[in-house]
Design a protein around this ligand. Structure first.
Ligand SMILES: [Zn+2]
Length: 104
């Protein structure tokens, strides 16, 4: 009924976690939490397609992080546009502040 399942890190480092099926949060990929290799493991995942967003689920399976790719819905598209605009404004402010600093 509530069988245990072993999930392996999709970065192919060999690390795994075993847990009950009902404790698994469904994600496209799972990455270990190893400080030494998690960045390398993440870099081995298939690349997301242009226009897709990446969703991170912390502790998706025990201490493994879950990663899913999807195309943004309308609400997410609005948030992305706003975030990009805020980033541009922020960078512009930094640039102006630096210029003022250099002129003093
Ligand atoms: Zn790994």
């Amino acid at each position: 009924m509530n069988e245990k399942i072993t999930i392996y890190c999709d970065g192919r480092c060999g690390r795994s976690v075993t847990l009950r099926k009902n404790k698994i949060q469904k994600c496209d990929y799972y990455i270990c939490d190893s400080k030494e290799s998690r960045d390398i493991c993440k870099s081995k995942l298939p690349k997301r397609k242009n226009g897709m967003i990446e969703i991170h689920t912390f502790n998706a399976v025990a201490h493994f992080q879950g990663i899913s790719y999807k195309y943004p819905n309308e609400k997410e598209k609005v948030n992305i546009t706003r975030a990009k605009k805020n980033l541009k404004i922020g960078l512009l402010k930094i640039s102006i502040n630096n210029r003022n600093y250099e002129n003093n």
